[in-house]
Design a protein around this ligand. Structure first.
Ligand code: FAD
Length: 352
């Protein structure tokens, strides 16, 4: 087998870990280094706004078998720059032959001097959980997935929850107005005050300054208005950025089987957003197994190849439908709280 030499994976999240597991599964036996900014081993984020928030879970660490993976793990070490064949971190430098970028995303925050929480890391979640006492006034900015999950979990814990959403329909940008509108019932059923069409200007001590001049007092404010690809550390490097890493790919680049041979530059999904023409290919192209295959297929000892990988769920299930696609159908009773919507996607069905 062709060996890419030293593989460095930056970003110790699910995508980074799965890529390493897949590399080993494909028989790659060379050195691998995993560099992660967080002081923890990779963990699962979806339960943070669900079971961990309600106290049903305290830890979601993935517990990889690092001994058999034979990975040099560098935790609490942040990548700060990329030069030709060398990754610079705040802890030193790592020469690489193939670099996998799996740095995920960081939450967007709002202007203002008030304390605003975000929900991205396990530390964020544990701190927030400690504040969600019965009777606490919780204001959540953003009625997206995380806003919805947190709102219902906090209401279950006895908080007085208000959710402010600038759009007229929750989740419209993600799942379309038809299905997004159905999610408003989740809030009602949970006793959450959902205010649609209400923007927020800033977070101030004691509450929120609302667009249009209003004020909402709050004990705890959570900003859940989305994430940005965590790629600012690549500024000034040879990697082109465009709201994420700019990737030039065509269907032919993927070799028909999702594995490009030859002039590979980068592939991504999840958090490191490619430009629009690439997005349709993104979900498949950035799966860890595809990236791992590309590491091996594109490898020559001195290529200095840079590859990008984003998130898939551990079980491979697609929970989030492609943006902007119309719902192909809703199953169950949409007037209740449990139902499913399906979207038609290239190659099969995505399920919500
Ligand atoms: C609360 C919550 C609930 C979610 N629920 C769902 C769900 O139900 N379904 C679903 O499909 N998805 C869900 N997601 C999204 C899913 O968890 C993400 O898509 C997934 O975490 C992305 O994985 P990743 O490995 O690409 O990136 P990340 O999980 O973001 O991991 C990237 C890692 O890279 C590290 N890093 C960043 N910059 C650097 C640097 N410069 N140097 C070194 N390391 C760096 C970060 O610290 C992080 O540990 C949820 C996310 C959250 C936060």
């Amino acid at each position: 087998m062709t060996s890419p030499g030293h593989v460095v994976v930056v970003g110790a999240g699910l995508a980074g870990l799965r890529t390493i597991e897949d590399l080993r599964g494909r028989g790659y036996a060379g050195p691998v280094t995993l560099v992660g900014a967080e002081p923890r081993l990779p963990y699962d984020r979806p339960p943070l706004s669900k079971k961990l928030m309600t106290g049903a879970l305290d830890d979601t660490t993935l517990r990889p078998d690092l001994d058999s993976l034979q990975v040099e793990v560098r935790l609490a070490e942040r990548a700060v720059a990329l030069a030709d064949g060398v990754l610079a971190t705040d802890g030193g430098e790592h020469a690489f032959d193939a670099l996998v970028l799996a740095t995920g995303a960081t939450p967007v925050t709002l202007p203002g001097d008030g304390r605003q929480h975000v929900l991205r890391t396990i530390e964020d979640a544990l701190e927030l959980r400690g504040l969600l006492r019965s009777g606490a006034a919780l204001a959540i900015v953003g009625a997206g997935w995380i806003g919805a999950e947190l709102a219902t979990a906090a209401a279950e814990l006895g908080c007085q929850v208000t959710v402010l959403e600038a759009a007229r329909t929750p989740l419209a940008a993600a799942v379309g107005a038809e299905v997004g509108g159905l999610t408003a019932r989740w809030y009602t059923a949970a006793g959450v005050d959902l205010r649609l069409g209400q923007g927020v200007d800033s977070v101030q001590p004691g509450g929120l300054a609302l667009a249009g001049g209003g004020w909402l007092p709050a004990d705890v404010v959570v900003t859940a208005v989305g994430v940005r690809p965590a790629v600012s550390w690549l500024a000034g490097s040879a990697v082109a950025l465009d709201n994420g890493v700019a990737v030039r790919l065509s269907a032919a680049d993927l070799g028909g089987r999702g594995v490009r041979r030859g002039r590979l530059r980068g592939i991504r999904v999840g958090a490191v957003r490619p430009p629009a023409p690439v997005r349709a290919l993104g979900r498949r192209a950035a799966r860890p197994e595809v990236v791992a295959a590309n590491v091996l297929a594109a490898a020559r000892p001195t290529t200095g190849a840079v590859l990008l990988v984003g998130a898939v769920r551990p079980d491979g299930a697609v929970r989030r439908p492609p943006r902007g696609r119309p719902a192909a159908g809703v199953a169950g009773r949409p007037e209740g709280v449990r139902w499913a919507a399906a979207w038609l996607a290239a190659g099969g069905w995505s399920r919500c």
